[in-house]
Design a protein around this ligand. Structure first.
Ligand SMILES: Nc1ncnc2c1ncn2[C@@H]1O[C@H](COP(=O)(O)OP(=O)(O)O)[C@@H](O)[C@H]1O
Ligand SMILES: [Mg+2]
Length: 303
């Protein structure tokens, strides 16, 4: 365990954002959580593993014209950092995705160690970042398996809608299999309730159901339905760079604090190494103080 923490301290934390359902807030969470951690002065990378590349466009890049993408990193034709781009958010980098990722699922099938392509490529650059998020496609195919093999933990967004829990049993089984065969240290970072509307009885019912099923993995923070979130994405910005006072921006800043609290031990040691000061960040009207002294356990889902 100590050896694992020591490695993670040096390497930064890799969190795959996974749910095989589309439209549950994976990409929105990847963009806004990573941006929140970045403005809190944590070196952060987002990897867009989805051929739809919404994360890439949501951070202001045109997936049709990016020079290199995650696809080329997976098939080893381009060095990892050669494909990475800095974004307009300070401390936030992006490994873009594009439509070529569709082909990766098939092309990698014949390759040796096909599930470990991302893990191998990522290993060389993990020490550059405090947090690395992987925005996964809406499937449990080879791209998502690569993400979960490279990850320390998974963050599962669950939409506060009908059939919210549908498919989650299959996802948890996949995580168990991953642990058995490819990545024994894979944790559950947490379950995030998304697109929550407190005015709707349905949202509240689903919230109660998700809590019953997933407590203690459920984040206290809930991502409320907020039109500024969707607007910001269409302008290629995280919500906090678009409207820092919006509910969406505040929700994801609160989630970032929760993630930091859960990883306090790792981050504290990493910041001691880099001698970085306590963080006090002002962004778009939101003055945000963060102390890394809070504690939290990284919940482990039992087999
Ligand atoms: N908190 C939110 N408030 C309003 N709209 C949201 C919120 N979260 C996500 N959306 C919108 O819902 C849609 C699906 O979200 P997205 O993050 O793309 O899901 P996924 O990546 O799981 O497919 C997008 O149009 C997005 O802008
Ligand atoms: Mg998406």
């Amino acid at each position: 365990m100590c050896a694992y923490i020591a490695e993670a301290v040096l390497m930064g934390k890799v969190i795959a954002i996974v749910n095989q359902k589309g439209g549950v807030g994976k990409t929105t969470t990847a963009i806004n959580l990573s941006a929140s951690l970045a403005v809190m002065e944590h070196a952060t990378l987002v990897i867009d593993m989805d051929p739809q590349a919404n994360c890439t466009s949501g951070l202001g890049f045109d997936p049709r014209t990016v020079a290199h993408s995650c696809y080329e990193v997976l098939i080893s034709t381009v060095e990892f950092m050669h494909a990475v781009r800095p974004t307009d958010v300070p401390n936030l980098d992006l490994l873009p995705g594009n439509i070529h990722l569709v082909g990766a699922e098939i092309e990698l099938l014949a390759e040796e160690f096909r599930e470990r392509r991302l893990a191998r490529a990522l290993h060389k650059v993990k020490d550059r970042y405090d947090f690395i998020f992987i925005d996964c496609p809406p499937s449990l195919g080879l791209l998502t398996v690569n993400a979960m093999t490279a990850a320390d933990s998974v963050l599962i967004p669950v939409q506060a809608e009908y059939f919210a829990l549908e498919g989650l049993g299959q996802l948890l089984n996949t995580i168990k299999k991953l642990r058995r065969h490819l990545n024994p240290r894979l944790d559950i970072e947490g379950v995030l309730l998304t697109l929550f509307d407190a005015r709707l009885r349905l949202s509240n019912q689903v919230a109660a159901e998700v809590k019953r099923y997933f407590d203690p993995y459920l984040f206290k923070t809930v991502a409320q339905r907020n039109v500024r979130i969707a607007e910001a994405s269409s302008f290629g910005k995280p919500a906090l760079m678009f409207d820092g006072t919006s509910t969406g921006a505040k929700n994801y800043l609160a989630l970032a604090k929760e993630v930091l609290a859960k990883n306090a031990a790792l981050i504290q040691q990493k910041s001691v190494r880099s001698k970085s000061p306590p963080h006090m960040v002002s962004t778009s009207g939101v003055v945000h103080a963060y102390s890394s002294s809070s504690t939290g356990d990284n919940a482990r889902f039992q087999d």
